[in-house]
Write a protein that binds this ligand. Structure first.
Ligand code: APR
Length: 249
């Protein structure tokens, strides 16, 4: 136990008795796995680029090689990354409460690797590749001159299966996420800046419907003002402690 870390009793008590727990995660939960958060400074070669200007259909149409290369770099970081104690604590929590809905904005698949089931991926999965024009999913492509490679079925350019700024979220994922936010007893917003809609609206649906809203983040965010309780710190440290204090006594 780390006595210096404060987890409010109201959070522990609500978690113990909740029938439905909904969790929204963002890039912060994977920070301790070495996946850079979206808005922190990029390093090395990519330091001069703004991720928000690379993650758009317009950027891809303007300079498909640049966008493909940036995602290849991120995909490699994700391949090397392993889930951290925060991901594992959420997978464990799902087995300790009657119902847990895990919604993530992350495209890294680390929740699934940690053992979480039925994860709602609002922004896609970086390890999957599809073509730009027809969304044909492609598993491999020849190593050749073409960057990005072309779809073997229709010849259009390949791109990552992620949701770019200005694109729609997968409709079924979004509607399940909205419903889970409206029907939970406690909603955790973990490691997200709350800047990107519609994900940022999910905590609002939860409070409108009477849930306790708990934010876990080392920094204040857009959401902090609305949260009933704040857990200030790193997800990899706080989540295992939260689960331990609620269920291991
Ligand atoms: N534990 C918890 N939170 C952390 C940690 C940590 N160890 N380290 C950083 N954070 C917090 C930061 O303080 C910040 O509030 O994680 C948040 C990360 O914010 P963003 O980089 O904006 O990521 P996110 O909110 O997931 O972005 C949403 O925007 O660009 C799109 O598709 C992209 O899914 C992404 C979405």
């Amino acid at each position: 136990m780390s006595p210096e870390i404060i987890i409010p009793d109201s959070v522990i008590q609500k978690l113990k008795t909740a029938r439905h727990v909904t969790v929204l995660t963002g890039a912060g939960i994977s920070a301790e796995s070495g996946v850079p958060t979206f808005r922190e400074a990029q390093t090395g070669l990519w330091a001069k680029y703004d991720p928000q200007e690379l993650a758009t259909p317009q950027a891809f149409r303007r300079n498909p090689k640049l966008v493909w290369d940036w995602y290849s770099w991120r995909r490699e970081l994700v391949r090397q990354a392993k889930p951290n104690p925060g991901h594992f604590a959420l997978a464990k929590l799902a087995n300790l409460v009657p119902k847990l809905t895990l919604i993530t904005q992350n495209v890294d698949g680390l929740h699934q690797q940690a053992g979480s089931k039925n994860v709602i991926c609002l922004h896609g999965n970086i390890t999957e590749t599809k073509c730009y024009t027809n969304s044909h999913f492609v598993e491999s492509w020849p190593d050749g001159e073409d960057v990005p490679p072309k779809c073997p079925m229709c010849g259009s350019l390949l791109r990552p299966n992620v949701v770019w700024f200005g694109e729609n979220l997968p409709g079924d994922a979004l509607s399940t996420a909205v419903q889970a936010s409206q029907t939970c007893d406690i909603f955790f917003s973990i490691g997200t800046s709350g800047l990107v809609h519609p994900a940022a609206l999910l905590p609002m649906y939860a409070i409108e419907n009477g849930a306790l809203l708990v934010e876990l983040n080392p920094q204040p965010t857009q959401l902090t003002h609305y949260a009933h309780e704040l857990l200030t710190g790193a997800a990899g440290e706080l989540l295992p402690l939260l689960v331990e204090r609620a269920f291991d006594s």
